[in-house]
Design a protein around this ligand. Structure first.
Ligand SMILES: C=C(O[C@@H]1C=C(C(=O)O)C=C[C@H]1O)C(=O)O
Length: 309
């Protein structure tokens, strides 16, 4: 095990438990929906702590977890976590950042300056890129989603070598090009990231948390089923052979290939409908965890992420 993230009805701090980074994120409101997200990899491991980031690695992969404590502003704390991540991957030599997750409590509430917490988080992330000279196109697939408490939990996966390709979706505007109406600094992440070990094309495709957005606009306001359909359509487009070819990758996938799904639903009463749609569209063998959380944009009702392995 390289790291463990528990999804449940409460949160915990960041810890190294038996050499494994660990935290619990408060991503749902019903204990029966709780589960542990366990990252496994073969080979000898070492672990450590670096400026509040608990990390573990093998020769090939690095997994790390950090947290910005609950407060009335988040930009500075977020910038500190992300500059810490950039510094750590540099020092350890695992420079291919492949996936990030950002679990943000009170994501749609206002901070002490009257700015939405999600936008405040985006400011901090963008400032860290500025500070370390990281190009927006270098940022991989991500999740930026709500929780019910605990500040901001950030975790990430990075690789030492191999092929990493960040993918966009032609149907959705590149996040870092969003217009200013979504906040003073844009979200910065790719729609998916392909990661393959050196000398092998046997890689994985990490799909960002994906919503009912076309261009930069939320579609089907108030209609969770139709937003869910557009999110699924967006995932299907990102992982399609046509899109992978556009990014220089000679393979292609369908929704039936996506596994390790996490589905975030804003309203408890929508959970059943979303579960039904996902059961129809994903493989019966896929694991699908449905969580009840707020979502970065107040008009988004559902987001879906997964991994093609
Ligand atoms: C809100 C969006 O995406 C969400 C926000 C993300 C982020 O800020 O890292 C990543 C994926 C989604 O959870 C969007 O696509 O506009």
């Amino acid at each position: 095990m390289l790291g463990v993230i528990e999804h449940r009805t409460g949160h915990s701090g960041v810890a190294l438990i038996d050499g494994r980074p660990h935290t619990a994120v408060h991503t749902t409101t019903d204990e029966s929906e709780s589960f542990a997200e366990v990252w496994r990899v073969a080979g000898p491991k070492e672990s450590g702590s670096h400026g509040g980031i608990a990390w573990a690695r093998t020769a090939d992969y690095l997994f790390g977890v950090a947290r910005v404590p609950e407060g009335d502003r988040y930009a500075d704390g977020t910038a500190a976590v992300y500059t810490g991540i950039f510094d750590l991957i540099g020092e350890l030599g695992h420079l291919r950042l492949a996936r990030t997750w950002n679990y943000v409590s009170g994501i749609n509430t206002l901070n002490a300056d009257g700015m939405e917490v999600y936008r405040d988080f985006c400011v901090g992330r963008a400032e860290a890129l500025d500070a370390r000279g990281v190009e927006p196109a270098g940022m991989p697939a991500a999740t930026g989603i709500g929780t019910h408490g605990g500040g901001i939990a950030c975790y990430f996966l990075a690789a030492r070598a191999g092929e990493r390709v960040n993918l966009e979706n032609p149907a959705v505007l590149t996040a870092h090009r969003y217009p200013r109406q979504y906040g003073p600094r844009p979200p910065i992440f790719a729609r998916a990231t392909w990661l393959a070990p050196p000398g092998s094309d046997d890689g994985r495709l990490y799909v960002s948390a994906t919503a009912g957005i076309r261009g930069h606009e939320t579609v089907h306001h108030g209609d969770v089923a139709r937003q869910c359909d557009v999110a699924l359509e967006n995932i299907a487009q990102v992982i399609s052979a046509e899109n992978l070819r556009r990014h220089g990758l000679r393979r292609g996938y369908t929704l039936a290939d996506v596994d390790h799904l996490k589905v975030y639903v804003r309203h408890r009463e929508d959970v059943r409908a979303v579960r039904r749609i996902c059961a129809e569209r994903f493989s019966r063998e896929a694991t699908v965890a449905v969580l009840h959380t707020d979502i970065a944009r107040t008009d988004l009702l559902v987001e879906i992420e997964g991994v093609v392995a």
